[in-house]
Design a protein around this ligand. Structure first.
Ligand code: ASP
Length: 423
């Protein structure tokens, strides 16, 4: 309870920072005349250093956070052998829905063009360093997934290679079990350290958001509003498509259950996810609701729900897809079809690496951006409005887990339809 209160406090602070930052930036742009104090000391000094400092802190988290959470996640996937087909079906479903989610998001992004008209390169001090991807062949791209030196991959932050190595380490740790208990515990505990560090960095978010937003608005004034609103709309619309068409469609096709009733029964869990922005916190409630209202056996859900809360983040993948289109347009970078394929791949993997707690999707977004050479500065802009999107995407994240669990339960004769009918 105490924790939730604190988090809501942070949410409010970030919203306030966003609004105050926008107003302050606008005042600088329209009211304060250009001078050494305004340009060099306030905008390019104070606001730039604090804003970039916050972005660097976020980047600092990425490699260790993703590495540890994937090792821990795949350690638990390693156990799926015990669950045989349930494990495989669940994994296939989780990965497929995530890939579908990111495709919906990329399409929505291209439909709404959220970043068009926002010239970020004009306000980015290191616009010159904005890199575009070197053209690499498909075979080289595929080969590059395999790390030839994992320590090198960690040092240079090559996310795809880090993920591959982490997956292998996790699976082997699960296989060796007790023999490597100490190493397994080490990763679990280091994961806790990284989660705590994430919380600490996020507590600085109001300052970071204020500086990043006001510098943006000081540079470009009003023209930043519409793109941000469009970005938000794009994420929310894509989330709705995923929830009401993809999930409920799949539910109807695979189980024949009434989708409207399903969503009505599951709504309290979604509301809880929305208010906490924490998939992990909804695990008990989700298992309970699935058992009591949908007739899903706990034998299935006690495995698939925690796994889903750890590795299946469709809502997060959606935010990342729209953000990619937004950032590419804002920085005037054209993405090739191969880049889109890369984004689908990395965002699916990022979803595995995103822990089910607030704001982590924003941290793993840096890895998606890096995979196609987008500048992470754009994250600073969307961070201010991310809390509300975090809440919405978390509700979608856990709905995906619940729908998949119900389908897998149905396929494994672990769904009591009478319970659903009577509820
Ligand atoms: N808050 C999300 C969750 O708990 C993760 C994220 O996208 O940041 O599911």
């Amino acid at each position: 309870m105490e924790k939730t209160k604190k988090k809501m406090g942070l949410t409010t602070k970030i919203f306030v920072a966003l609004i105050v930052g926008a107003v302050f930036g606008m005042l600088l742009h329209y009211v304060v005349p250009s001078s050494h104090i305004k340009d060099a000391i306030i905008v390019e000094g104070f606001l730039y250093v604090l804003g970039q400092g916050f972005i660097r802190l976020m980047k600092m988290l990425v490699v260790p956070l993703v590495f540890c959470s994937i090792v821990c996640g795949s350690m638990s996937i390693g156990d799926t052998k015990k669950l045989g087909t349930v494990g495989v079906r669940t994994l296939v479903f989780y990965l497929a829905t995530t890939a579908l989610a990111i495709t919906v998001a990329l399409s929505m992004g291209n439909l709404l063009d959220p970043g068009v008209g926002l010239d970020m390169s004009a306000i980015s001090a290191n616009a010159a360093t904005v890199q575009t991807m070197e053209a690499t062949s498909v075979s080289q791209t595929l080969l590059n997934i395999i790390p030839d030196n994992p320590i090198g991959s960690l040092a240079t932050g090559n996310m795809l290679q880090i993920i591959v190595f982490a997956l292998i380490v996790g699976i082997i740790l699960a296989k060796l079990g007790e023999k490597t208990e100490v190493v397994g515990n080490f990763f679990n505990q280091f994961n806790d350290v990284m989660m705590e560090m994430t919380m600490m960095v996020m507590s600085l978010a109001p300052i970071g958001v204020f500086c990043l937003i006001s510098r943006t608005f000081a540079g470009i004034g009003f023209s930043a509003f519409l793109p941000l609103a469009k970005y938000m709309l794009g994420v929310l619309l894509a989330l709705m498509v995923q929830c009401f068409f993809v999930y409920l469609g799949l539910l109807k096709i695979f189980t024949g259950l009434n989708p409207v009733k399903f969503i009505r029964n599951f709504f309290p869990v979604m509301a809880f996810a929305f208010s906490t922005a924490t998939s992990n916190a909804t695990i008990p409630m989700s298992i309970d609701t699935l058992a009591k209202k949908m007739g899903v056996s706990k034998r299935i859900s006690s495995f698939t729900i925690p796994l889903g809360a750890t590795i299946n983040m469709d809502g997060t993948a959606i935010m990342q897809g729209v953000a990619v289109v937004f950032a590419a347009q804002a920085f005037g970078i054209t993405l090739t079809p191969m880049d889109y394929v890369t984004v689908i791949g990395t965002a699916t993997l990022a979803s595995i690496g995103t822990a089910g707690v607030p704001s982590v999707g924003l941290v793993t977004l840096t890895m998606v951006f890096n995979s196609v050479g987008l500048p992470v500065e754009a994250i600073g802009l969307i961070m201010g409005i991310d809390r509300i999107l975090d809440m919405a995407r978390t509700a979608v994240n856990i709905t995906g887990d619940a729908v998949c669990t119900t389908i897998v339960a149905h396929q494994n004769n672990a769904l009591d339809r009478e319970v659903f009918q009577k509820s």
